[in-house]
Ligand binder design. Structure first.
Ligand SMILES: Cc1cc2nc3c(=O)[nH]c(=O)nc-3n(C[C@H](O)[C@H](O)[C@H](O)COP(=O)(O)O)c2cc1C
Length: 396
């Protein structure tokens, strides 16, 4: 599975660096081409000679080498299919999260377009430190992938057991294999994702909308593109930037979103409708700002049910819809699937603090036409996106 893959392994100065040679060995045994870049601190824990011997390639460390190497950080950044940093220290994670580049490895990460997998390793207190956690959340949002850390024996007897141990080389290799497998999953497919919230004008300064941040839609669009799909992301207003690896089409109202989706629908293989579309719009939009003069009654008209419309117009396309509920939740997932002619229904709740609107995590239930139901436990929106897209890839 890794045969012919080109992998750059970064090593930083943590005690778990003693395991990196095992990782390099497993990668070369799987016939991947490997080059290693070490930080200065990493040299304290493992020798370049070991890594050079096991990778079969010279190890790079110096940003300003004695022998002329020109822009070798750019050359290294362009070389691999994947960069894996194992172990990734707290210091290194902090530098990368802040876009700093005082050493060769950080420069490589800033200059690369390749996916980066980090395997953090550190003492439990360091791992739990809010700054380290914030840095990791930031990196995850920027598209960095993580493996571990894990719970278990730490470096010294005095530290005992706890969270922060680097994942074993076997686990890191499995994650690398999963990343490469994912890249092929949607190759050649055209996927349309909708995300964000629509806004329905009341007057020139006011509108009706909702609390959707667009994070779930953006995670789906970005991840689908990483899986090899050509992605069109039709999005309403969002609290974050739309992804950089997708074709982005803005749409502000429900009717506009319906129109934009209709334009790209005939040529696509699947639509994932994750946008939070306003169910209603004001019957009349005032051309002037409405003055505060006593009571105001707004008459609302129902907006088109975009998803149901796509379901009716469906030919070869697969359709994934989201349902968001409060209170008792979804009464009948199968019925909703049939009504809207969906292939997958993703149900999430709007009244949980760690799932649904505006947060970085989600907890969903997937419904399928066969009547099967699958719970996806609390995970980052990126991870939930991967689960949904793997299911979609299975039926495309
Ligand atoms: C014995 C020893 C072990 C260390 N182990 C770790 C570790 O496991 N994780 C970590 O984040 N930092 C660890 N450090 C601290 C890092 O080496 C230090 O933050 C260094 O600046 C990291 O540099 P680098 O990120 O450029 O490799 C350790 C330091 C010492 C002295």
């Amino acid at each position: 599975m890794l045969s012919g893959k080109i992998i750059l392994v970064g090593v930083t100065g943590g005690i778990a660096a003693y395991k990196t040679p095992f990782l390099v060995r497993q990668l070369t045994e799987a016939k991947a081409a490997v080059r290693v870049v070490m930080t200065e601190a990493a040299h304290r824990f493992v020798t370049p000679l070991v890594l050079e011997t096991l990778s079969g390639n010279p190890v790079s460390s110096e940003l300003f080498p004695k022998e002329f190497a020109s822009t070798h950080h750019i050359e290294l950044a362009r070389w691999p299919d994947l960069i894996v940093v194992a172990p990734a220290t707290a210091d290194f994670i902090g530098r990368v999260a802040n876009g700093l580049a005082p050493d060769l490895l950080c420069n490589v990460l800033l200059a690369t377009r390749t996916e980066v997998l980090l395997a953090p390793a550190m003492n439990t207190e360091m791992w739990r430190h809010s700054q380290v956690q914030e840095n990791c959340v930031r990196l995850e949002k920027l598209g960095y992938q993580f493996v571990g850390p894990e719970e278990g024996k730490l470096a010294t007897a005095s530290e005992g057991e706890g969270m922060g141990r680097m994942s074993e080389p076997e686990t890191i290799v499995k994650k690398i294999e999963a990343i490469f497998a994912d890249r092929e999953l949607l190759k050649g497919k055209r996927i349309v994702v909708s995300g964000g919230r629509t806004e329905e004008a009341i007057d020139p300064v006011r509108f009706l909308s909702n609390r959707s941040s667009g994070k779930m839609g953006a995670a789906l669009a970005k991840t689908a593109a990483r899986m090899g799909a050509k992605v069109t992301f039709v999005h309403g207003r969002m609290s974050i930037e739309p992804p950089g690896n997708t074709d982005n089409i803005p749409a502000s109202t429900a009717e506009e979103m319906q129109k934009k989706l209709a334009e790209v629908y005939p040529k696509c293989d699947a639509v994932i409708m994750a946008a939070a579309v306003s169910d209603f719009r004001p019957e009349k939009v005032s051309q002037e700002k409405i003055k505060r003069e006593g009571k105001l009654t707004l008459n609302l008209l129902p907006n088109p049910d975009i998803l149901a419309g796509l379901g009716r117009a469906k030919k070869k396309q697969k359709l994934v819809g989201f349902a968001l509920e409060t209170g008792n939740g979804l009464a009948n997932g199968k019925k909703k699937l049939e009504e809207k002619n969906l292939d997958i229904l993703v149900f999430n709740r709007a009244d949980e603090p760690d799932a649904g609107f505006d947060v970085d995590t989600n907890r969903v239930t997937l419904y399928f036409p066969s009547g099967k139901k699958e719970e996806v436990p609390l995970a980052s929106k990126e991870e939930v996106a991967r689960v949904i897209l793997r299911k979609l890839a299975g039926i495309l």
